[in-house]
Design a protein around this ligand. Sequence first.
Ligand code: 1OR
Length: 300
Amino acid sequence: MIELQVKERRRRTLSFRRTGVSAECQVADESYVPRVVLKPDAAKKRIAAALEKNALFKGLDKEQINTVIDAVEEEKHKAGDVIIKQGESGLYFYLLEAGACEVWLSMHNARNPQMVKIYGPGDSFGELALLYDAPRAATIKASTDCILWTMDRSTFRTILMASTRKKRNLYEDYLQNVPLLKTLDKYERSAIADVLEPEYFVAGKEIITEGTPGDKFYFLEEGTAEARTRGAVVMKYGKGDYFGELALLNDEPRSATVLAVTDCKVVSINSDSFKRLLGKLEDILQRKKTEYAAATASTS
Ligand code: 1OR
């Protein structure tokens, strides 16, 4: 059973009084006054390092990053503390600097909550309630002693809401139609949308080069591409297909060249995010190796 020690509730009265955000709105706060929590330079450096690990902060400019660094507040938790409680309203977004946090979910008809995920350093949570004015979708509990940086709702909505929503909406339909991701739920797909980086390749350009080290996994969003080993075409790709998984899964050099046949738009995921977000699809991904082997055998 999860022990309830809801810090968020305790802070709520204070925060409402201070910021007066009780009127819910779908847009960022127009009257936003940047919040400044004074902190030493060493703390600022730690925050900057944690922000760098997190995809949600990728598109921010220097000024926005500084606003975030000023606004966040350190919060330490002991192993076992409940940081967010499912069903309650949410006031803070959390960035985990050190330690691990568990995500517990109570499904409609299940008697006991289930642990569905563990967050580590650089991960963030608590965005859903702020993005959609919804109750907390899950309970978050510290599994070890933790250091977190909390961002108030007003800063989140002003700095992060538009970019996060835009990216999630942009890729929602696309990711829903990628066969590989069929078994993931909507929330897991939005976590993938957060980390996608678009890249463009003109027809004839190599997206991946056989024998080189691999650090990215790709989905093909537009165009057609083909994989070649020792010059022979072993696989053809269209919209929604993926490639580049083997080098990351098996820690080996690229086993094929992937060439843009037409102009292509791809979205890539770096190796850390790939392991974190697609790790549970490893069985499906490993099967591709058998397909490649069969295709290579039939061309040699
Ligand atoms: P929040 O503001 O709702 C709880 O507060 C947070 O838990 C939530 O934002 C997310 O940041 C985080 N479904 C919903 N929320 C999740 C999930 C999740 N995982 C983490 N959070 N699912 C688990 C996916 C492995 C979907 C389960 C069906």
